[in-house]
Design a protein around this ligand. Structure first.
Ligand SMILES: NC(=O)c1ccc[n+]([C@@H]2O[C@H](COP(=O)([O-])OP(=O)(O)OC[C@H]3O[C@@H](n4cnc5c(N)ncnc54)[C@H](OP(=O)(O)O)[C@@H]3O)[C@@H](O)[C@H]2O)c1
Length: 269
């Protein structure tokens, strides 16, 4: 029997995806195979997840219906050369690697007529709350997109975009968790500067962040409206927001996210 999924690069993101697939009963462990150069990662996949593992990518891809490319971008060229030596022509290739275009993957798997889907996930997938944007390569069909969506849906919200938007996606949701972590870091610092203990400041800031995130996700109100509801005229929140606006924080954030988009374009070549 062919494997339903060959996971190439059994790292952190691949682990989140594999756990989602098993917990969500999309595939059983026996329907997947994973390749990784690291003995520790192979051991984790086989012992904790029950997934068969191999060292060499082509040993995993040789009889797999779908191939998940989850190695770091710098390893991609070598991995594709190896996969091209042994994979099914009809395998659907799904990549999560940042900055690697579907065209690059198609070219490195030529002359096979590979169907490729490029995606951009983010790290909250590790806790089953990820965001994934998917873009079809030149040969991927709508049915392939539906098929790939099933891979990510257990651990993420999935949207379809065109590939030219993936640099913006990378800047917004790929890097986005770090912006929130950074904000919480500064809230903790402010708390300790105001005389709270580190532990008090951490509890206050982190609980506030997760409560606010839940409200954002569940309330019918827009972020702007939610903010308005905690901002009474001339009150404490108003004072803080006015200070942020006087120092152009909104523009700084927009410029920073656009800088991330530019960097994503540069890295993609
Ligand atoms: N982390 C994020 O926030 C994020 C967000 C969006 C997209 N991504 C993308 O997701 C991909 C994986 O990221 P990650 O954070 O999960 O990386 P990771 O934990 O480093 O996983 C990659 C794994 O692939 C292994 N590997 C390297 N070369 C290999 C080869 N030739 N054959 C087989 N396995 C090989 C690595 O082993 P060694 O460590 O021993 O080299 C490592 O275990 C990257 O392409 C990244 O761009 C990540």
């Amino acid at each position: 029997m062919p494997y339903e999924l060959a996971i190439i690069g059994a790292g952190n993101m691949a682990e989140a995806i594999a756990r989602g697939l098993i917990d969500g009963r999309v595939f059983q462990p026996g329907q997947m195979i994973a390749a990784d150069v690291s003995p520790q990662r192979r051991e984790l996949f086989s012992r904790e997840l029950g997934i068969k593992t191999v060292e060499i990518p082509s040993k995993a891809s040789v009889d797999a219906r779908r191939i998940l490319l989850s190695v770091k971008p710098q390893n991609m060229k070598d991995v594709l050369a190896d996969l091209n030596s042994a994979m099914r022509d009809d395998a659907l290739v799904i990549s999560i690697a940042a900055g690697i275009s579907s065209r690059f993957i198609e070219q490195n798997l030529a002359p096979r007529p590979c169907r490729v889907i490029r995606t951009m996930p983010n790290t909250p997938m590790l806790v089953g709350e990820g965001m994934v944007a998917m873009a079809p390569g030149s040969r991927a069909t709508p049915a392939d997109m539906d098929d790939a969506r099933r891979i990510f849906q257990p651990a993420a919200t999935v949207i379809d975009v065109t590939e030219d938007k993936l640099d913006a996606v990378t800047a917004l949701s790929g890097s986005g968790p770090a912006y929130f972590f950074y904000l919480v870091e500064q809230m903790i610092r402010a708390g300790t500067e105001m005389g709270l203990t580190d532990s008090e400041a951490r509890t206050l800031a982190i609980t506030t962040a997760s409560g606010a995130a839940k409200m954002l996700a569940t309330s019918p109100d827009s972020p702007q409206e939610l903010r308005r509801k905690v901002t009474s005229p001339k009150g404490t929140t108003h004072e803080a927001i006015t200070h942020m606006e006087q120092h152009s924080l909104a523009q700084i954030m927009i410029d920073a996210i656009k800088a991330a988009q530019r960097r994503s374009r540069e890295l993609g070549g």
